[in-house]
Design a protein around this ligand. Structure first.
Ligand SMILES: [Zn+2]
Ligand SMILES: [Zn+2]
Length: 444
């Protein structure tokens, strides 16, 4: 049986989704030797094996794909023969011809959620727990390939424990770029309306925030792609205060619920809607409200609900037995705030800021969806769904840039056989929206 050396190039969403450890495990189990690496094109595997085993290898890749990955193309070519003595994961290669997809931000996976509430785990109650299969991606990426040095995690030096997981190809945090813990990762900070920092022990901040919310305070909470304004959705006075301070008398607010049971107490939910609420993307889903609530959603029969999608949300909601108003923190007609400096312009609206020190590189609002006639309808494409790559029916001669209109603006770039859509930016009625739009344009 003849052995040859093959170069397999895979494009699609293949970075930041646990693809290299998956290939490593697969190659090891099949006793195939070679290498795998990320580059700006996607993923490149070089291996020396028989044609038969290559076929099995490729079939297994398609069949056992990591849950967040998807493949656009697989290209296999025979190259000059090489001898390998093991299978290795190599450092990323950079050259300026981008075609790997930027992975979107996704929810906290079940395994991380389990560890979050496991007293014996070293990330017990750590509000930034994540792994190769979940957590922040797009909103912290400066550049491709998706490596830690190209993200806003670059300034956090890993502790010994985290580093051990990060460098073990069989660990579920192997090359998980947002990896961190209480000893080495991002931390929370509670700041009051007078800009005074609260000197609380890290592990006590969540309990304090729960207490503040239950007392009717409005908090600006830094999340994944921006800040939210948050208050107790069962406290009419708090909601009235938020509407008054935000000068937003009628626009509906989204509501975050602890779980599907709490969601069902507020809305009539079909199976398709339940699946959408529970999906990894965790969008806001517009649902038929059980009873009309003129404070949360004045004059409409719908309510927008979403489930917790970060460890911080899970921690807060596990302590609260009440839904939360969760609305983008921004001045009217401006994009979502992404830095402390920006959110402090909302002085007078919030009572406290719950901040953290991982920079938001790319702003991203919550996505909004709805089920109509059993079909998923995207009303606002953002977190979890953006950036999105759409396959075109033909190959473009030149790279294209498409710029959205004044209202509900987005940007798209086209290259080769695909178009990449930016998240929703919003209306361009203010200077800072236009600056934000220009930033996205530069990024494209
Ligand atoms: Zn996880
Ligand atoms: Zn650590």
């Amino acid at each position: 049986m003849g052995h040859f050396t093959y170069k397999v190039t895979i494009t699609g969403r293949v970075q930041g989704v646990g693809f290299r450890p998956f290939i490593y495990s697969l190659a090891t189990s099949l006793k195939v030797h070679g290498t795998v690496l990320n580059d700006t094109q996607g993923l490149v595997i070089t291996l020396t094996t028989s044609a038969e085993l290559l076929k099995v290898f490729l079939q297994k890749i398609e069949k056992e794909l990591p849950s967040l990955a998807f493949i656009d193309t697989i290209n296999t070519q025979k190259i000059d023969s090489k001898v390998f003595t093991s299978f290795k994961i190599l450092d990323s290669q950079t050259h300026h011809n981008y075609s790997a997809d930027i992975p979107p931000d996704i929810y906290t996976c079940k395994e991380c959620e389990k560890e979050l509430f496991d007293k014996t785990n070293h990330r017990y109650k750590y509000p930034f727990i994540s792994c190769t299969h979940c957590g922040v991606r797009y909103s912290m990426i400066y550049d491709l390939p998706y490596d830690r040095k190209n993200t806003s995690m670059k300034d956090f030096e890993m502790c010994e424990k985290c580093n051990k997981e990060y460098t073990d190809p069989l660990n579920r945090r192997y090359h998980a770029q947002p990896i961190g813990c209480f000893d080495c990762g991002p931390t929370l900070e509670l700041i009051d309306a007078q800009n005074k920092k609260n000197q609380l022990y890290q592990k006590n901040i969540v309990a304090k925030v729960v207490d503040l919310l239950l007392k009717g305070n409005i908090l600006a909470i830094k999340g994944v792609g921006g800040y939210h304004l948050v208050c107790d959705a069962s406290n009419d006075e708090a909601i009235k205060k938020l509407r008054l301070r935000k000068a937003r008398p009628k626009k509906p607010f989204a509501v975050m619920v602890k779980d599907i049971t709490m969601a069902k107490s507020l809305a009539n939910i079909s199976q398709a809607e339940e699946n959408l609420l529970l999906s990894k993307e965790r969008p806001i889903v517009l649902l038929k409200a059980k009873s009309k609530n003129n404070l949360i959603a004045p004059n409409i029969p719908y309510i927008g609900l979403l489930l917790p999608y970060t460890p911080l949300h899970l921690l807060l909601l596990s302590k609260l037995d009440t839904p939360l108003i969760v609305t983008s923190a921004n001045l009217s007609d401006e994009p979502i705030c992404t830095s402390l400096k920006e959110v402090q312009k909302l002085h007078g609206i919030y009572d406290y800021i719950l901040d953290h020190n991982r920079d938001i590189v790319n702003a991203c609002d919550d996505s909004v969806m709805m089920i109509v006639n059993a079909q998923e309808i995207m009303l606002r494409r953002a977190r979890g769904y953006a950036p999105t790559s759409v396959k075109l029916p033909y190959k473009l001669q030149n790279n294209l840039l498409a710029m959205g209109a004044n209202q509900k603006s987005t940007i798209a770039i086209g290259m080769d056989e695909k178009a990449i859509l930016s998240p929703h930016i919003g209306d361009l009625n203010s200077i800072s929206s236009i600056e934000h739009y220009e930033k996205k344009y530069q990024y494209a």
